[in-house]
Design a protein around this ligand. Structure first.
Ligand code: NAD
Ligand code: TDX
Length: 342
């Protein structure tokens, strides 16, 4: 079995590469990643010498390079993690999101049509459903919830999902899609809420909470997401969408306070800043389908997962300090300087 894993040098993709090489010692895992700001080759160092692993630095938007790789590897499956993934960046500059997330998906699926494939899996997000109101805790996203996006990021992911389903219907491509809630865990890029707050708190820097911090996200430990995708590509039905989430809703302010407590840092570091444009209020997944069909259930409780994650950031300072001492400084200055304190 040969699987092309795109975006494997990023947060979830790298965790998936480790999971698969560990669990299936006879599989060949080929990581296709062009190493944007979010891709980090040092993350993959532990598997670089594994004879069942190959890293290829190319973009999923480069048709020639993708076709060449398919000719060389004749993959049985493709799992597409590669994407521009940060909502705030999409608000500043949508174009690269359209290129990578939409065109890149089409190029990969064209290669799958040309060379044949057992499964093309698209890693999508609950953000394609838009958001839920705070005063309706009885509502959850199901696979039937209409697509209703808020940001350029979620719109590009939704467009990709629609293309994936269209390639299934039109060309009979054997596809599947997973729509997961917010992940957290090791190798999470420090532009995202949890690692950003951990890094800032450890440096005694202000913790910039957008607005009142009452927006709700449904947090899932990254390993649980990887296990869900593993189940879907092996046992999930072709042409189907599976929601992935663990009924673990928390407001942003709760998350930041937990991080302060775990690190022994004062809550006075918390600074309320200008809100994100179009900020989604609440995400909440109903995972009944994947549970009933594939027996998936999240295994890591948030209380344990957040402790493990913080421990990882404490033990792997070099990984994130290298990131935040580079180009990230310009990013941080640009994105947060204009966010006035409120
Ligand atoms: P990430 O930003 O950490 O990593 C993205 C990876 O894709 C990087 O290694 C980057 O170099 C690579 N990449 C970007 N453009 C590429 C291109 N044109 N060609 C090849 N590689 C390219 O992202 P993540 O948080 O690991 O998210 C992975 C996937 O999961 C994305 O599709 C995202 O939409 C989805 N997702 C993320 C979450 C979350 O909470 N992080 C939740 C649900 C779904
Ligand atoms: O500095 C911050 N302050 C803050 O209050 C940052 C970076 C975020 N936030 C808020 C915005 C959100 O309500 O925290 C919440 C989480 O923000 P992000 O970490 O940027 O995640 P989110 O926008 O929810 O999107 C994530 O989950 C779904 C991933 O980045 C997406 O790729 C995934 O599809």
């Amino acid at each position: 079995m040969t699987i092309i894993v795109t975006g494997g040098a990023g947060f979830i993709g790298s965790n998936f590469v480790f999971h698969m090489l560990n669990k299936y010692p006879d599989y060949r895992i080929v990581c296709l990643d062009c190493l944007t700001y979010a891709g980090n080759l040092s993350t993959l160092e532990p598997v670089m010498d594994n004879p069942n692993f190959r890293f290829v630095k190319e973009s999923i938007t480069d048709r020639e390079a993708v076709y060449k790789l398919f000719e060389e590897e004749k993959p049985d499956m493709v799992v597409n993690f590669a994407a521009e993934s940060h909502v705030d960046r999409s608000i500043e500059n949508p174009e690269v999101f359209l290129d990578t997330n939409i065109k890149g998906t089409a190029v990969l699926m064209d290669a799958c049509r040309k060379y044949g494939i057992k499964r093309y899996h698209q890693v999508s997000t609950d953000e394609v459903y838009g958001d839920l109101p705070l005063d309706r805790p009885d509502l959850f996203f199901t696979e039937e919830t209409p697509i209703h996006t808020s940001s350029p990021y979620s719109s590009s992911k939704a467009a990709a999902d629609l293309l994936v389903l269209a390639y299934h219907r039109t060309y009979g491509l054997p596809v599947s899609i997973s729509r997961c809630s917010n992940n957290y865990g090791p190798y999470h890029f420090p532009e995202k809420l949890i690692p950003l707050m951990i890094a800032n708190a450890l440096n005694d820097k202000p913790l910039p909470v957008y607005g009142e911090g009452l927006n709700v996200r449904d947090w899932l430990y990254v390993e649980d997401h990887c296990k869900a995708i593993d189940l879907i590509i092996h046992n999930g039905r072709v042409g189907e969408v599976y929601n992935v989430g663990g009924h673990n809703e928390k407001t942003n302010i709760e998350i930041v306070k937990i991080i302060c407590k775990e690190l022994g840092k004062p809550e006075s570091l918390i600074t309320h800043v200008a809100d994100r444009k179009g900020h989604d209020m609440r995400y909440a997944i109903d995972p009944t389908k994947i549970h009933n069909e594939l027996g998936w259930l999240p295994e890591t409780k948030f209380e344990d997962g957040i402790k493990k994650t913080i421990k990882w950031y404490l033990e792997n300072k070099e990984w994130w300090e290298t990131i935040i001492s580079g180009e990230y400084q310009n990013y941080y200055e640009k994105m947060y300087a204009h966010r006035e304190e409120i």
